[in-house]
Design a protein around this ligand. Structure first.
Ligand code: ATP
Ligand SMILES: Nc1ccn([C@@H]2O[C@H](COP(=O)(O)O)[C@@H](O)[C@H]2O)c(=O)n1
Length: 217
């Protein structure tokens, strides 16, 4: 068991496998998990539901402030359309600011937490003793995402999903506020040639090593 307050920060580009690893690590270490991408997806979803443009800053901030962590309809939020829309609203600095306290509040729970996203190790929890930056080639990520969307019943075209992944990488890495980038003290984990089990074992090793280094085990 980790000591009280262990925070595991997992970042990386779309469909690299962060969420899958974060869920498994959270279960293994008995920690709550927050997929922070859902916050941006839910914000975008609220705007689209109201028929507002994604660049309506006032409405986007209001939507972000109105989110409650417990009421996400994941099946609805994990569509291809909302992945793209989320990345548009996530580039609005005021939206990011509106979501910081909620994420830090989650991370500050007494038992600790696992959070995954794009800026967890750099902005939300720079103090986290364990930071993993998960990557995979754009082609492999597009294959995985296409399979996932197809399994959810979405009509998918691999070439279009690959184009989405590349566009999202560019937007998420190029924005002015909290761009996607590896924290200096994060450990990189390339899952291109790892299946889910192998990626999870590699992630567990990283956690154990980082905890040992931090003198927490
Ligand atoms: N190592 C792996 N090998 C094969 N498939 C994987 C691997 N890791 C994750 N997957 C699958 O790829 C898809 C995307 O994984 P996941 O949702 O964990 O990525 P993510 O980085 O959290 O994506 P996003 O940032 O868009 O939320 C899922 O269907 C998942 O089951
Ligand atoms: N910490 C985060 C998490 C997500 N985003 C943005 O949301 C988009 C959707 O995220 P998924 O992880 O669900 O794919 C993503 O493309 C980012 O633009 C973010 O900025 N910061």
């Amino acid at each position: 068991m980790p000591e009280r307050g262990l925070i595991i920060a997992i970042d990386g580009p779309a469909a690299s496998g962060k969420g899958t690893l974060a869920r498994r690590l959270a279960a293994n270490f008995g920690l709550p998990h927050l997929d922070t991408g859902l916050l941006y997806r839910a914000t975008a979803c609220a705007l689209l539901d109201e028929g507002r443009p994604l660049d309506d800053i006032r409405a986007a901030v209001e939507a972000a402030r109105g989110l409650a962590l417990c009421d996400f309809d994941e099946a609805r939020l994990r569509t291809r359309e909302l992945g793209e829309a989320a990345s548009v609203v996530a580039a609005i600095p005021q939206v990011r600011a509106a979501l910081i306290d909620m994420q830090r509040g989650f991370a500050g729970r007494p038992q600790g937490a696992v959070l995954d996203g794009r800026d967890i190790g750099t902005v939300i929890c720079p103090q986290a003793p364990v930071k993993i930056f998960v990557t995979a080639s754009a082609e492999k990520r597009a294959q995985r995402r296409a399979l996932e969307l197809a399994s959810r019943g979405e009509k998918v075209d691999y070439a279009a999903v690959l184009a989405d992944v590349r566009k999202r990488d560019e937007r998420d890495s190029g924005r002015s506020q909290a761009p996607l980038k590896m924290a200096e003290d994060a450990v990189a984990l390339d899952t291109t040639d790892l299946d889910i089990e192998a990626a999870y074992r590699a992630a567990c090793e990283i956690v154990e090593e980082r905890l040992a280094l931090a003198g927490k085990v």
